[in-house]
Design a protein around this ligand. Structure first.
Ligand code: NI
Length: 248
C-alpha cells in the first residue's frame, strides 16, 4: 500500500486502524562494474513494498539519496551530507507525526546510512524528551537493514560464501535484477573477488577499490537468486514489523 497512491481520506481511514508506516531509505551510488547506481534505493523500495502488502501497512515514498560521500569518485553517485540527511529524515517523520503516525519503521538498503539515520532518530527522541509537555503521543522509530535477518544471511552464505563482500554484493545486485530484469548485466569480473579494507573520503575509496566493489564478486549475481532473497527478506521483515508495531 503506497502512500502516494492513496487519497488523504484513505490515509485518515488508515490512521483509524494503524499508527505505523514503513519508510524505505536507500542511496544513489556506484555499485561496481555491473551493479546499478540505484541498487540500494531499489532494494529498499522493492522489499518495503512487499512488506507493505504482506503486513497491510502504508509505505512512504522512498528516500532515494543517502549518505554516500565516499562514492563520489565514481560517476553518477550523489550524496547528502550527514546533517542534510538528518534534516530529511526528521522533517519526514515530523510531517507524518502531525497526522497521527507514531511508529516509523525504516527499511534501509545502505550501510552508509546507518550512523546518520540513527542520529536522526536520536534527534527526534531528544526533542520529545526535552519538550515541557512530555512525549505524548510518543513517536518511536526503528531502522531495519534488509540484509540483516538470519535467513537472509544464511542464504547469502549458501550461495556466495566469502564472495559476498560488503559493497556491490551479489545479494543486492541479484535483488535489483529480480526487480528490473531488463537491467541485468551478467559479467565475469577480474579479479573475481574485489579487495577488502578501509576508506575515508572519495579519493581514498577510489584508490583502494578501483572498480568500486569491496570484497565481493557480483559476477555471481542472478535474478533467480534475487527472488529467493526477496521472498525471505519480505517474510522476515513483515513479521518483525507487525510484532514491533503491536508491542512498541
Ligand atoms: Ni549497496
Amino acid at each position: 500500500m503506497q502512500l502516494q497512491l492513496q487519497t488523504w481520506k484513505d490515509v485518515e481511514e488508515y490512521l483509524g486502524r494503524s499508527h505505523g508506516i514503513i519508510v524505505p531509505i536507500g542511496s544513489t551510488e556506484q555499485h561496481g562494474p555491473n551493479g546499478l547506481v540505484g541498487t540500494d534505493a531499489i532494494c529498499a523500495e522493492v522489499i518495503a513494498r512487499g512488506v507493505g502488502e504482506k503486513a497491510q501497512a502504508l509505505v512512504a515514498p522512498t528516500i532515494s539519496v543517502g549518505m554516500a560521500q565516499h562514492h563520489l569518485g565514481f560517476a553518477g553517485s550523489i550524496t547528502l551530507r550527514p546533517t542534510t540527511l538528518i534534516a530529511v529524515v526528521r522533517d519526514t517523520i515530523v510531517s507524518l507525526a502531525r497526522h497521527g503516525f507514531q511508529r516509523f519503521y525504516f527499511i534501509n538498503g545502505h550501510g552508509g546510512n546507518i550512523a546518520t539515520v540513527t542520529a536522526a532518530f536520536s534527534e527526534i527522541h531528544a526533542e520529545s524528551s526535552m519538550h515541557p509537555a512530555g512525549n505524548r503521543p510518543s513517536v518511536k522509530c526503528k531502522l531495519r537493514n534488509w540484509w540483516e535477518s538470519e535467513r537472509v544471511k544464511a542464504l547469502s552464505r549458501e550461495l556466495y560464501g566469502s564472495s559476498e563482500g560488503s559493497h556491490a554484493t551479489p545479494s543486492e545486485v541479484s535483488l535489483t535484477w529480480y526487480a528490473h530484469p531488463d537491467a541485468a548485466r551478467p559479467m565475469t569480473l577480474d579479479p573475481p573477488v574485489a579487495p577488502t579494507g578501509s576508506f575515508a573520503d572519495a579519493d581514498d575509496y577510489r584508490r583502494n577499490f578501483p572498480d568500486g566493489r569491496i570484497g565481493s564478486n557480483p559476477g555471481l549475481s542472478s535474478a533467480e537468486a534475487g527472488k529467493r532473497f526477496y521472498d525471505v527478506a519480505v517474510a522476515d521483515i513483515a513479521a518483525d514489523y507487525a510484532a514491533w508495531v503491536r508491542a512498541a
